[in-house]
Design a protein around this ligand. Structure first.
Ligand code: SF4
Length: 250
């Protein structure tokens, strides 16, 4: 699918590095993307996990009405649901859309809610990927809070990339460090997800997330004991992560 780029988009994070500090750089990127595409054509995608509040706060400084797609698999921790409401209220987010799996599909494919025990990929596909794919129709661009320091397939994450549908996918926090994130949360006194203090530095669905021991990778508690490291939202249809530049996507 061909994709037109109305704004100059860097193929890597070089422009980001040149900014005087990470929050300033992220704000500049967000302002440019939202300004050029329009606030109704850009969506922030989040699960209201451990550090989601940072990107949500940055966006709220630009436009509180920007659509926020909250991917609710109906398998999230009760703490996450309470945190989502608290964060949305405190930041004044005006367009949080709860993206849920299709009820009819669940009724045929995961009748008792145990598909995750036998097939993680199938469960993520019907509870996360398919609902989000549908929700993103009509948007030109989406924002994620992923960072290189999260490791694995994210280690070489660019600031901007192209998804399988040809949409612009923007990762304004790609180069943020742990101290960048902590300092930003402290500076703006942002609420912490209640599970972080209980040993969960990365938080997804309750059945597939465990606490992490000291010294472990922060995503080690996700799908522990399996080779799976990504839910599928950030993986192409062939099961791999592809990074496309503007030229390759055109
Ligand atoms: S993380 Fe686990 S429960 Fe959540 S959608 Fe994926 S397999 Fe299902």
């Amino acid at each position: 699918m061909s994709h037109e780029f109305p704004v100059p988009v860097p193929d890597d994070a070089a422009g980001f590095i040149s900014e005087p500090d990470r929050p300033t750089g992220a704000l500049a990127t967000l302002a440019r993307i939202i300004g050029e595409h329009g606030a109704d054509r850009v969506a922030l995608v989040t699960s209201f996990g451990a550090e989601s509040v940072v990107l949500l706060h940055l966006v709220s400084r630009i436009d509180r009405a920007l659509p926020v797609l909250f991917v609710d698999t109906e398998m999230l921790f009760a703490e996450t649901l309470a945190y989502q409401t608290d964060v949305a209220d405190r930041l004044g987010l005006r367009d949080v859309r709860r993206i849920r799996p299709d009820a009819a599909t669940l009724a045929t494919r995961d009748t008792d809610g145990t598909l995750h025990r036998s097939d993680h990929d199938a469960c993520c596909a019907l509870r996360k990927t398919a609902p989000l794919d549908a929700a993103l129709i009509g948007f030109d661009a989406w924002l994620t809070g992923r960072k290189r320091i999260q490791g694995g397939a994210r280690a070489d994450l660019p600031e901007c990339e192209i998804d399988a549908a040809g949409r612009l996918k923007v990762n304004p926090l790609a180069l943020w460090t742990k101290s960048d994130t902590r300092d930003y949360m402290d500076r703006y006194d942002l609420p912490r997800h209640p599970l972080v203090s209980k040993g969960y530095p990365s938080i997804g669905c309750a059945p597939c997330t465990t606490p992490v021991a000291a010294g472990e990778d922060e995503r080690a508690g996700r799908w522990r004991g399996s080779a799976k490291t990504e839910c599928g939202i950030h993986i192409d249809t062939d099961g791999r992560i592809h990074r496309r530049t503007r030229e390759q996507a055109a």
